[in-house]
Design a protein around this ligand. Sequence first.
Ligand SMILES: [Zn+2]
Ligand SMILES: [Zn+2]
Length: 417
Amino acid sequence: MSTTQKVLDGIADLKDWHEAFYQDLHQNPELSFQETRTAGLIADRLRALGYEVHEGIGPTGLVGILRNGDGTTVLARADMDALPVEELTDLPYRSKHTTSDATGAQVHVMHACGHDMHVTCLLATAELLANNKDAWSGTFIPLFQPAEEVGTGAKSMIDGGLADIIPTPDVALGQHLVPLPYDVVASRPGPAMSAADSIRVTLHGRGTHGSMPHGGIDPITLGGAIVQRLNGIVSRELRPGTFAVVTVGSFQAGSKSNIIPADAVLLLNIRAYSERVRAKLKESIERIIIAECEASDTPQPPDFEYYDQFPLTDNTEAVYDHVSAAFAEHFGDKSTLMTPSTGSEDFSDIPVALGAPFLFWNFGGTDPDVYATAAAAGRLAQDIPSNHSGYFAPVMGPAIDNGTKAMVVAVMSYLGN
Ligand SMILES: [Zn+2]
Ligand SMILES: [Zn+2]
């Protein structure tokens, strides 16, 4: 029996606290950079397991360090934050929480992206390694990151001095729960998740009475022309087949039917699979908007503010080769090639800053029969709630087992004796 299998055999004994811990996190979700309760629970658990614990990094992130003789140093990361989404499931442990967001607005909050599952699976891995120190050697660093959903949590831990707190990892690992069947893991070498930017564009017109449009410069007409033209970037300016997304997610202006407002604000979101395409999208967006403002003779040029920026997740080939071989051994044909995601992640900011190679993969949490039925009907998008939906509801026990198994297999592929 491999030492990995010996460690995995311990999962069943942990089932009760796994599920209790997960339900507690699910019922008490915290928004980005507010994860203090979550971080406290994790720190207590890690300390009880014998980990050296460093809290308050970035400022709500934390790491544990377990040194177990000579060998490789492996960092494994889970994100901790929830989303301003109202939970619409009928689960007995659904979130009924509301909270204040960063602007002070009162919002519903829900673990609609499964980060409570990521935390549970990584803590379970930390416990299994602590309970089986004869099965491995090296150093294990479970890292719990704040604020993935706003794209700055990983960077904030780097800025908070992470490199001076932990030994430099030889490899970094991370995973995400997705609506795949709960016995499936999916990974791929190279680019796996897109780079992303949000852009707040403020258009400056000149306000006037709605009955006298000739006296003003209408930012709504201007914004309408801009939205039309932005939709031509992907279809007209990029080589067909090049992956890119340009979305106008919000267009706000005005307050009354008979007033032409002075300003309008557009919120844009872009996705790309290379820095070259990413730069091209930004250049095209700014060129079109500046030119349309000039065409409308606006009194001042538009303002561009970039925020919620995510790096390209570009998995290291050698790490993929190493971990996917271990996945194949333990998951058989349920270890699959991940479809490149149009979603984005800030995980890679940590290994890139630390100079470590890395792999980020997906694991499933959906009932395989439900999944197969929806897939056969061509109704996956309609019948399986996705991440960020108020109906997102992984099947708790099997999903925890799947994510824990994937993380243990990946970590043990480097540390196992
Ligand atoms: Zn998310
Ligand atoms: Zn997520």
